[in-house]
Every structure is written in structure tokens, then in C-alpha cells.
Design a binder for this molecule. Structure first.
Ligand SMILES: [Fe+2]
Ligand SMILES: [Fe+2]
Length: 338
């Protein structure tokens, strides 16, 4: 092998791209097929991706988005030719899965870096390591679905990717805020998946592969949501009054950003789907339905904010009202108007 650059070695350790990738692929396959678990496992479930019911075939109406769900509710989408509705539906579902997996990647980095500071016998460290392990499997699952759908969606907006680099810092310094950020991502995904699953149970056609992936995800997320909720309740009184004020004031902003990152497609994704700008603005939060959809994502988060003393207070626990929090929720438009 010849090289014209001085100092460049006259040899290469590289395999052909194809050889290299097939070798890495074999390792992935082995890792997926057999592995040792440090704990006894009772039931092992897996997705039989190649089963005929999960096949992704062209011209399948089950990829058309329901008329009361997300982009499917817009008149623009409903008036598109059927093939276009299928194509955009496939892109949109794959896109949300890809963004969800990027969120999980950020979450894992936060857990891993925080756990370096925790003692080996910490229950939190043990649990959150399991959570990270589950999130890794969710990423593999979402990626597999995205690849099978085959629409090569754009992922999260670049501001989200840039901010993800600081997740470890927040997780170490402000763990209560970290778990609030985690929930700000998990609750909208969970809420959206539960809605679509319910529609499927009530007769709306949903592709079986998408349905299976959502069932697996919803089942495991229930535990994640439970932990992040408990962690905040357990540790909120460790915040100083100033930290609590800052937390109360910034929580609605975190929720706005999280719902934008996860459910509102980035400008690149909007362009790839060919959605007119006005339609995108209406669906992602500017119309009455859009606003209501966003408020619904965070109903549980609002109740939790009351209990944590970050908003309206709670009679049962005696949590006080938080005027700054109330103002922030009002300004954010996330509190449902009565
Ligand atoms: Fe997940
Ligand atoms: Fe999760």
C-alpha cells in the first residue's frame, strides 16, 4: 500500500468496509442470542421479528395515522392520497421511535455518570443500572423497528443532541432535577403509546410490529416512571429553599422543551415528510387541539408538582402552594384552562 503523506504508516490494519461490518454484525447477533445474566431470570420474552404478522409490506393501510391522533388529525394529512398517508405514517412512527431512543441514550449516560458517585451497596445504583440495561434493550428494539420500517427518519433536533452532553453533569449535581427531566421525556412517550394502544384495542388498525414494540415499552416504563416519581418525593426536601424555587420555576420549561424534542418533529423531519409549515405549527401545539394534546401529556406531572410543593400544593400531604411554580405553569400554557 502506498502513501503520499509523510509519517503515514505504509500498511493498514483495516478490513474492507463490508468485511468489517459483517464481523461486527456477527458479534451483535451473538450478543443478542446468548448472554449470561448476573441474576436468575424467570421468564424470557423476545420479539419474533421475522414472524409473518410483523412483516413490513408496501401499501399497508395500518400505517395510516388515525384521524384523532397526532398528524393524522390534520385536515392536510386526511386529504393526502392513500399512498402518501402510508408513507408519511411510516416515517412518523419510525421518527418518534428514533427520537425516543436518542432520549434513552442521554438518560443512560446520566445514570452511568451519577452511579460512579454512589456506593456499591446503594439500592439506587442497583435499580438504576437495571433501568439503564432495560433502556439499552429499548434502543435495540426501537432501532430494529426503525430499520424494518425502512424510512430512515431524522432524529431529535440538534439542540437536544447538544444539550444531551450535559446530562451527566445535571445527574451528578442535581439528581432531583435529573429524574424530573427523565420523567419529562418518559411520560409523553408513555402517554402517547398508551393512547395508540387503546385505539388499537378499540378497533383502529395499528401495525402489529408497532403494537408489540409499544406493549413491551409501556410494560417496562411503568417501573421507570414509578422510580423517578418516588426518587423526587424522597429527595425533594433535601433541596434548599432557593433550589426549590428554581426547580418550581423551571419545571414547566423543562416540560415544554421535552415535548418539543420528543413529539414535535425537527425542521428537517417536517421537510422530509413534506408537511407545510402552517400545518406543523397547528399540530404541534398552536391550535386548540394541539394545545390540549400537550396539556394532556403532563397531567400526571402537574399532580406530582402539586405533591412536591412545586405548584398548587396538596391537602393530603400538606405540601404548600408555590406561587412561582403556579405562575410558571400558567405562563407555559400547560395547565388546562378551566
Ligand atoms: Fe424506554
Ligand atoms: Fe424508561
Amino acid at each position: 500500500m502506498t502513501s503520499h503523506n509523510e509519517g503515514t504508516p505504509e500498511y493498514s490494519t483495516r478490513l474492507d468496509k463490508g468485511d468489517y461490518e459483517s464481523r461486527v454484525h456477527r458479534w451483535s447477533k451473538k450478543s443478542a442470542e446468548v448472554y449470561n445474566n448476573p441474576f436468575p431470570v424467570k421468564t424470557v420474552n423476545f420479539i419474533d421479528w421475522d414472524s409473518p404478522e410483523f412483516a413490513v409490506t408496501p401499501d399497508d393501510d395500518r400505517w395510516i395515522m388515525p384521524s384523532n391522533f397526532d398528524l393524522g388529525a390534520s385536515e392536510w394529512y386526511q386529504q393526502l392520497p392513500r399512498e402518501k398517508q402510508i408513507e408519511i405514517g411510516m416515517y412518523r412512527y419510525a421518527h418518534v421511535a428514533k427520537v425516543g431512543s436518542e432520549f434513552e441514550e442521554a438518560l443512560i449516560s446520566g445514570i452511568a455518570l451519577r452511579n460512579q458517585l454512589l456506593p456499591s451497596d446503594s439500592e439506587e445504583k442497583r435499580y438504576s443500572t437495571h433501568e439503564a440495561e432495560e433502556e439499552e434493550r429499548h434502543i435495540l428494539m426501537f432501532n430494529e423497528m426503525v430499520n424494518r420500517i425502512g424510512s430512515k427518519p431524522h432524529g431529535a433536533p440538534s439542540w437536544f443532541r447538544n444539550m444531551s452532553a450535559y446530562v451527566g453533569f445535571v445527574a451528578r449535581r442535581f439528581p432531583v432535577a435529573f429524574w424530573a427531566v427523565v420523567l419529562a421525556g418518559e411520560e409523553p412517550i408513555d402517554h402517547t403509546q398508551r393512547r395508540l394502544l387503546e385505539m388499537g384495542r378499540n378497533g383502529t388498525p395499528v401495525h402489529p410490529m408497532l403494537e408489540k414494540v409499544m406493549q413491551v415499552h409501556v410494560a417496562e416504563e411503568a417501573r421507570h416512571i414509578g422510580f423517578a416519581d418516588r426518587f423526587q418525593k424522597q429527595n425533594i426536601d433535601k433541596l434548599s429553599p432557593l433550589q426549590k424555587k428554581l426547580f418550581a420555576a423551571s419545571l414547566p420549561l423543562i416540560l415544554l422543551l421535552a415535548s418539543d424534542a420528543i413529539l414535535k418533529p425537527s425542521p428537517k423531519a417536517v421537510k422530509a415528510m413534506g408537511i407545510p409549515k402552517e400545518v406543523a405549527e397547528q399540530v404541534w401545539w398552536k391550535s386548540e387541539t394541539g394545545r390540549k394534546t400537550r396539556q394532556d401529556l403532563f397531567i400526571n406531572t402537574g399532580r406530582r408538582a402539586d405533591i412536591l410543593g412545586l405548584r398548587n400544593g396538596d391537602e393530603k400531604t400538606g405540601a404548600p402552594k408555590n406561587k412561582l411554580g403556579q405562575l410558571a405553569w400558567r405562563l407555559s400554557g400547560l395547565s388546562p384552562s378551566k
